[in-house]
Design a protein around this ligand. Structure first.
Ligand SMILES: [Ca+2]
Ligand SMILES: [Ca+2]
Ligand SMILES: [Ca+2]
Length: 244
């Protein structure tokens, strides 16, 4: 139906400009030319290969330097997991988020679709994270406080964090050592379903007693399942309390 001819690894679909026609946001991780980049394209039957390339490749690391990860590691040489799409800044249009090896980045969907906005200025915010091992993790989103702006739930090698969607401010975090491996992507359903039902313990995340350097990363080793929430626990209940 369409052929982009552009590198790509993980796709997501959304109507970024609200014109009733979908755009495709693609993360290219270790492509032939695009090693850690976001591509936006859409179907256009009037163009060659029926494709309009809206953004041919935006560096998802933004101003962060890949040297934050060791030479030769995944985080140093490539990066980008499955993109997550939600309205992070609450302006009514979808935005695109992605975790790489050295940072978690959110791009403003409205700016992505505006050809007058330079690539580097489409970044809504980016926060330094640590995932040198895989550089290809997913994340989850949910509007925990119901203000129309989605919060981000993301776990790197050291911490499980919740970021404020509009600014990237860390609303809550807990030590959660993992080998990442795209592991937070699977938890999306459990977050939303549980939160809608009870507002209690909506986050389920895997942890693993991995590398020594990870244990040093946040002070203690987590070998549990769960995020410390539930009756009598802290976790997400603390977040909800602080937001309301
Ligand atoms: Ca559209
Ligand atoms: Ca938005
Ligand atoms: Ca919110």
């Amino acid at each position: 139906m369409a052929q982009t001819g552009v590198d790509g690894t993980f796709p997501a679909v959304a109507d970024l400009d609200l014109d009733g026609k979908p755009e495709v946001a693609v993360i290219s991780n270790n492509g032939a030319t695009l090693k850690h980049h976001l591509v936006i394209w859409r179907y256009n039957p009037d163009l060659p290969n029926k494709v309009e390339i809206v953004r041919p490749g935006i560096n998802i690391n933004g101003p962060l330097n890949p040297s934050l990860c060791p030479v030769g590691s995944a985080g140093n040489t490539r990066g980008g997991g499955p993109p997550t799409i939600a309205d992070f800044n609450g302006d009514g249009t979808p935005d695109v988020a992605v975790a790489g090896g050295i940072g978690y980045a959110v791009f403003d969907g409205k700016k992505l679709m505006d050809p007058n906005v330079p690539a580097a200025e489409t970044l809504l915010w980016i926060k330094q994270t640590k995932d040198c091992s895989s550089a290809a993790t997913g994340s989850s989103v949910f509007d925990f406080d119901g203000d129309g702006s989605a919060e981000v739930v993301y776990s790197d090698e050291h911490y499980l964090r919740i970021y404020k969607g509009s600014t990237g401010d860390v609303l809550w975090q807990t030590c959660n050592t993992t080998g990442t491996l795209r592991d937070s992507r699977w938890s999306r359903t459990s977050i939303t379903t549980a939160a809608q039902i009870s507002w209690r313990c909506p986050i389920t995340i895997r942890a693993s007693p991995v590398r020594r350097r990870n244990r040093q990363g946040c002070g203690s080793m987590a070998t549990r399942r769960g995020s410390g929430c539930g009756p009598g626990g802290s976790g997400i209940n603390t977040l909800i309390t602080s937001l309301t």
